[in-house]
Design a protein around this ligand. Structure first.
Ligand SMILES: Cc1cc2nc3c(=O)[nH]c(=O)nc-3n(C[C@H](O)[C@H](O)[C@H](O)COP(=O)(O)OP(=O)(O)OC[C@H]3O[C@@H](n4cnc5c(N)ncnc54)[C@H](O)[C@@H]3O)c2cc1C
Length: 359
């Protein structure tokens, strides 16, 4: 059986950030990532200012990767449209590009990366891969995102009812001009859609919808047709653009936070806390927890103590994001929310600040 000081399962932003920090701290981690190469993820691709600050700590320059600057947010709903400046500069970048850059940085820092291999199950800090190889780790950093790892499943009561969907869509010149520099959030009953321009110039189109809403429509493409039928603005944005392949993730447990863990197992990223995607701070949470978990391990802070402290740290952003998500999804609450935002657009900036995990 292979043995290692630190094993990271999952090579998204959380796992890669932890790998870079550990390698720089003198512990050569082993990271197992099941995708064999660049891939798209269900994600809006919005990088808030806290995510950008954490990326700078990791010596990643999103601008050099082609990230598009964003300085405004626009909410569009059946009640109307509200636009305001963001408190700080943000950016739009595809996860295909971001995740590869992070993994390259981890490799360059000295981490060993096993790609195209998946961990099938774990028993405490011992894991079994899909080819039955076993690895025993002194510390395990669990970074599998929304996916459960057998042996370290999250509480069964959390199964979320939201479905996440994402595809890339080509934009007309008019739509590109309208979205340029903006994160546009279309609020509808049971969910929202987020649009921004990603590094390749196409629109990163991301949807979070209740299972009921998707089922009633009959699938992602049918839901998209319904939504463009309900919103002329959305129809204009997507006119003429073909949706590429959809990526999907089911049962997203928005609002969940890990309070406990077992000795030597640090839960990071979505395995530590799942912030409502509407807030656009999941990547920042992943980077902050990846860095924080790795630092705790380097400082020999017990996993349970660190997990409790991250549970506290993520409380405010997660709770505020949940309040906003619930208000945005339900027409009875959304109408007064949009009214308030149209009178006081600066409230959106306060909301944006309160939903940041920080760097
Ligand atoms: C609809 C939607 C839109 C979103 N939009 C945004 C946004 O615009 N901005 C933002 O900041 N956040 C957004 N988020 C949240 C963000 O995508 C996540 O919070 C973030 O990806 C979490 O990072 P992570 O590293 O924890 O997990 P992930 O990014 O999910 O990475 C997990 C990795 O682990 C790998 N893996 C899983 N299981 C195994 C296994 N058994 N063995 C080996 N490898 C494994 C996967 O292949 C994957 O690469 C959105 C989420 C949703 C659902």
């Amino acid at each position: 059986m292979r043995r290692t000081a630190a094993l990271i399962v999952g090579g998204g932003p959380a796992g890669a950030a932890a790998a870079i920090r550990l390698a720089r701290g003198g512990v050569r981690p082993l990271l197992v990532e099941r995708s064999a190469g660049p891939r798209d993820m269900v994600c809006g691709g919005f990088l808030g200012w806290d995510a950008l600050a954490n990326l700078r700590k990791l010596d990643i320059d999103p601008g050099a990767l082609g990230a598009r600057p964003i300085d405004r947010v626009r909410f569009v709903s059946p009640e109307g449209s509200v636009e305001t400046a963001l408190p700080h500069p943000a950016a739009g970048l595809s996860r295909r590009t971001l995740d590869e850059a992070l993994l390259d940085r981890a490799r360059a820092a000295g981490a060993e990366i096993l790609r195209g291999r998946a961990v099938r199950a774990a028993s405490s800090r011992r894991v079994r891969l899909d080819d039955d190889e076993e690895i025993e780790a002194e510390a395990l950093l669990l970074a599998t995102g929304k996916h459960e790892l057998r042996g370290h499943e999250r509480d069964a009561s959390i199964a979320g009812a939201a479905i996440g969907l994402r595809c890339a869509i080509g934009l007309s010149d008019a739509a590109a001009r309208a979205i340029d520099g903006t994160i546009e959030l279309h609020l509808f009953d049971g969910g929202y859609a987020g649009l921004l321009i990603q590094d390749d110039g196409r629109c990163n189109f991301c949807l979070s919808a209740s299972r009921a809403r998707l089922k009633a429509a009959g699938g992602p493409q049918a839901l998209l047709e319904r939504l463009t039928g309900e919103s002329s603005v959305l129809a204009e944005r997507l006119a003429g653009g073909d949706a590429g392949d959809w990526s999907a993730v089911a049962g997203v447990p928005y609002g969940w936070r890990a309070r406990r863990t077992v000795p030597g197992v640090y839960r990071i990223g979505d395995q530590a806390a799942v912030i409502a995607s509407l807030a656009g701070d999941g990547i920042a949470v992943a980077l902050a927890s990846g860095l924080g978990g790795a630092e705790a391990l380097l400082e020999e802070t017990a996993a349970a103590d660190w997990q409790r402290s991250f549970h506290r740290r993520s409380r405010r952003p997660i709770m505020v994001a949940e309040m906003l998500r619930r208000a945005a999804e339900a027409p009875r609450r959304r109408a007064p929310l949009m009214q308030l935002l149209s009178q006081f657009p600066s409230l959106a900036r306060i909301g944006a600040r309160l939903t940041r995990i920080g760097s």
